[in-house]
Design a protein. Structure first.
Length: 343
């Protein structure tokens, strides 16, 4: 192993290519073979080599920075996983990752993005920003490389989605199989595409099992703990409360657990609780939370890889990848307790 700081010569030697080829890889030349590029990046990673960013910028007029745009900073675990997955790929291509929180409802959003795009070579855009018509149109009209993480397509953009409808349907089916017939559902933020898909999955499972959809069992949340608490209180205050509550993310499910404990309810004997995401909160909750595991880091890696392809001229920018989520059964769900009969 090299004890001094590795150089481009060391990378070329380990990869078995010329220095010029290494330079072409790190300068995003479009006509380098994929196998060669992968070998050079693997050699650079092995040696912990990082190219001189300033020199590259001067030589190529590129910033070698990728911007990640997101809203709703309250969903910390999701954002952290997205950053981690994207950063892994960006570093392999010699790029930095710029994290930029935005407010979808801000009147200055478009002006802010116009100024920001001169600092980056492309964007990874998360929901709900990725579903904003005005923002997508701005990126398209200015020919800015972009990959959207979204449940909905937009012509001209590559996008990464998750099979949220199927996952929510599977969770609801699981609760029905346990014997629950009154299943409360807490919808996520109304501006997020996945909120609508998860609600649709819940409704689909009820329909398949010939159970009527009941508006009284559905509450509008905002993907945060506080809204989970308020929605749980409303559901449990009903004259016919649910025996199970399925929240559209783990943060809201944690709110449901908190209210259940506050009311002295035994989870899961008296109330089953399920979430969505499989954040660290889900594993450390008491009882551990039944949830849907989203492949968040993989979504981020795919988004970053697709963006790198665009920046290298290897993609037209209109691909779509849909990843599947996984149901994770834990101790927060069980068959409902039998109600004693009276003679």
């Amino acid at each position: 192993m090299i004890s001094r700081r590795p150089t481009i010569d060391d990378v070329a030697r380990l990869a078995g290519v010329s220095i010029k080829t290494v330079s072409r890889v790190f300068n995003q030349a479009p006509n380098v073979r994929g196998v060669t590029r992968d070998n050079v990046l693997a050699a650079a990673d092995t040696l912990n080599y990082r190219p001189n960013l300033s020199a590259r910028q001067l030589a190529s007029n590129l910033t070698y920075v990728v911007g990640m745009l997101y809203d709703n900073p309250k969903i910390h675990d999701y954002i952290s996983e997205m950053q981690y997955g994207s950063l892994q790929v960006c570093r392999g291509y010699g790029y930095h990752l710029l994290i930029n929180p935005c407010r979808a409802e801000s009147p200055d959003l478009i002006r802010e993005l116009i100024g920001l795009h001169h600092q980056v070579d492309g964007f990874i855009v998360l929901q709900p920003l990725s579903d904003l018509q005005s923002l997508n149109q701005l990126l398209l009209e200015n020919n800015i490389a972009c990959v959207r993480v979204s449940q909905r397509p937009f012509d001209g953009f590559s996008w990464i989605s998750v099979g949220d409808m199927d996952a929510a349907s599977d969770m609801t089916e699981y609760l029905l199989q346990l014997g629950h017939r009154r299943i409360g559902f807490i919808v996520g933020h109304p501006d997020h595409g996945q909120s609508h898909d998860r609600l649709a999955g819940y409704r689909r499972a009820l329909e398949r099992n010939d159970i009527d959809f009941d508006d009284d069992l559905v509450q509008q949340g905002h993907f945060d703990y506080d809204s989970g608490c308020s929605c749980a209180r409303s559901l449990l205050a009903s004259t016919r409360p649910p025996t199970a509550i399925f929240a559209s993310n783990d943060a809201m499910a944690m709110g449901v657990l908190s209210v259940a404990h506050e009311k002295g309810l035994d989870v899961p004997r008296e109330l089953s609780v399920a979430g969505f995401d499989d954040s660290p909160l889900a594993r450390h909750a008491w009882p551990p939370l039944t949830t849907v595991r989203q492949p968040i880091a993989e979504v981020a890696r795919l988004a970053a890889q697709e963006l790198m392809k665009q920046l290298q001229g290897r993609s037209e920018g209109d691909s779509h990848h849909c990843l599947q989520a996984e149901l994770v059964r834990r101790a927060s769900t069980a068959s409902p307790a039998l109600v004693p009969t009276t003679s």
